[in-house]
Design a protein around this ligand. Structure first.
Ligand code: GMT
Length: 377
């Protein structure tokens, strides 16, 4: 590695979601390593708040434009336009697009306009597994993947799946997601935990954007079974379309009083750090960043054996895996962890060990930096 500073533009979705979180945490680490980072997006990314300043990372807002003739906004064109400005004015050499739609397409567009700046695309999951397969986006997504100068995916599962469903045979480098294990730690102050649970209660937690793919109803089903056996509470963190349904189900199953919907907030480590078990019953998950964040906080995970989750959660070591929708199996697994102090302690410690030894920024960020150096002109 030459170690010369790279000027990189980062395109990501600003809303609370794994891809935006990874883009933001990576951009912060890359800026800290002495490179120049320019975020480009329709809004300040979720976890970027409070960072930045004179030495960056910088944020360039994509401007929207409403015109009576347009029946919808054109975010790809607006993003390509702002990115073009950033490339020309800031001398950016590399655009790193997180999520294929519309960012990789916009970056390829800006590359064509400027004749400068190369494109690296990181695939996160739903951009390929759900949205990209929609007939409305299939050709543009495949084009974005094929014409990027470099493509990475957050799991082996996702890289394979992408090659398969789009029929592309290009190289896709796997770079796993990472977690800041200095920040995501066990919170030992009993006063913090006492705000949510009595000392004798098990504290279960779920973090997601409550989209259908997360199967939030399964979280409630699993919890209801657990709560019928042992004293327990459930913390539901995040917000999204399925939250009202999960709320109604908790009511119908008689566990609403022990279920707390805390909404969306950026510093989830405060709550993960006091929890005893993390539930992730997703239909589909290319990685499962929230599970890794839980592991870093010494929290065992009970999850669905879906997509890339087995690359993160090791069955019987850092958690238990069950088939999608098998809430009985998940509840049994949860009880197995929560009823046995030794199992619980060992799984938590193994999760922390995996976070620190396999998914630490010191291991993952250099992989991106090397890809930047190889890809930038
Ligand atoms: O899962 C979501 O709905 C959010 C989504 C996103 O694009 O922000 O997350 C995807 O990217 C994350 C970060 O790489 C992964 O940890 C998630 O597994 C992935 N989600 C899915 O594949 C459903």
């Amino acid at each position: 590695s030459s170690g010369a500073p790279v000027k990189v533009a980062v395109l990501c979705h600003a809303s609370a979601g794994g891809s935006g979180v990874v883009a933001t945490e990576l951009g912060l680490q890359v800026a800290r390593a002495g490179h120049e980072v320019h975020f480009v997006g329709s809004a300040q990314p979720f976890r970027l708040t409070g960072h930045g300043g004179l030495r960056g990372p910088y944020f360039h807002q994509v401007s929207g434009y409403a015109y009576a003739l347009f029946d919808q906004p054109y975010p790809e064109l607006a993003a390509a336009n702002t990115l073009t400005e950033v490339i020309l004015e800031q001398g950016v050499e590399l655009a790193h697009a997180h999520y294929a739609i519309p960012h990789a397409t916009a970056a390829i567009h800006a590359r064509a306009i400027t004749g400068r700046s190369r494109v690296m695309t990181t695939l996160h999951g739903t951009d390929v597994t759900l949205v990209g397969l929609e007939p409305a986006f299939r050709h543009t997504t495949r084009h974005a993947i094929e014409r990027s100068d470099h493509v990475t995916a957050v799991s082996h599962y996702l890289a394979e799946h992408t090659r398969e469903v789009f029929g592309v045979d290009r190289d896709i480098e796997v770079i796993h997601n990472f977690v800041d294990s200095d920040r995501f730690v066990r919170v030992t102050d009993p006063a913090v935990r006492a705000r949510f649970a009595h000392p004798d209660e098990a504290l279960l937690v779920h973090v997601s954007n409550f989209r259908p793919v997360k199967r939030a109803a399964d979280v409630v089903q699993v919890f209801a079974r657990v709560a019928s056996e042992i004293p327990a509470r459930l913390l539901m963190i995040g917000d999204g379309p399925e939250r009202p349904r999960a709320f109604e189900l908790a009511q119908a199953l008689g566990v609403l009083g022990r279920t707390h919907f805390l909404g969306s907030f950026p510093d989830v480590e405060t709550v993960l750090g006091i929890s005893d078990l993390f539930l992730l019953p997703s239909q589909q998950e290319s990685f499962g960043l929230a599970a890794l964040e839980a592991m870093s906080c010494e929290v065992p995970v009970v999850a669905a054996r879906a997509g890339g989750i087995p690359e993160v959660v090791e069955e019987g070591v850092t958690g238990f895996l069950a088939e999608v929708g098998d809430v009985d199996h998940m509840a049994d697994a949860a009880l197995r962890v929560l009823r046995n102090r030794e199992v619980y302690r060992q799984m938590g410690a193994a999760g922390r060990h995996a976070a620190v030894n396999r998914f630490h920024p010191r291991l993952i960020v250099p992989q991106y930096l090397q890809a930047y150096e190889r890809t930038a002109q």
